[in-house]
Write a new protein. Sequence first.
Length: 99
Amino acid sequence: MEYSHERAVADGVNVGYEVYRIRTQITEEGSNIQAGFYIDRRDRQTRAIRWQQLDEDLSYVGRELDRSVVAIDQIRTVIRTLKQRLCRTAYLFAVPEDG
């Protein structure tokens, strides 16, 4: 007999969840970093960071995000959007203080 997630939620053992898809221009289309910009490179084994100036343009596609490329502004956009969405959802289900 399998104890499913849905059953665990119904029993009060687990908490349900919702999946939010947040699309940005970078996740859909990727981006380009122009030559001359400084980027930080992380060694996968030692995790050491070194700064490097690009000799040529660096292009990447959306599926490379958070694997081989980290776009800090894209992460900020996703977190801000999720926060706004969650605050709106929480407000919709808020119970008035007077009952």
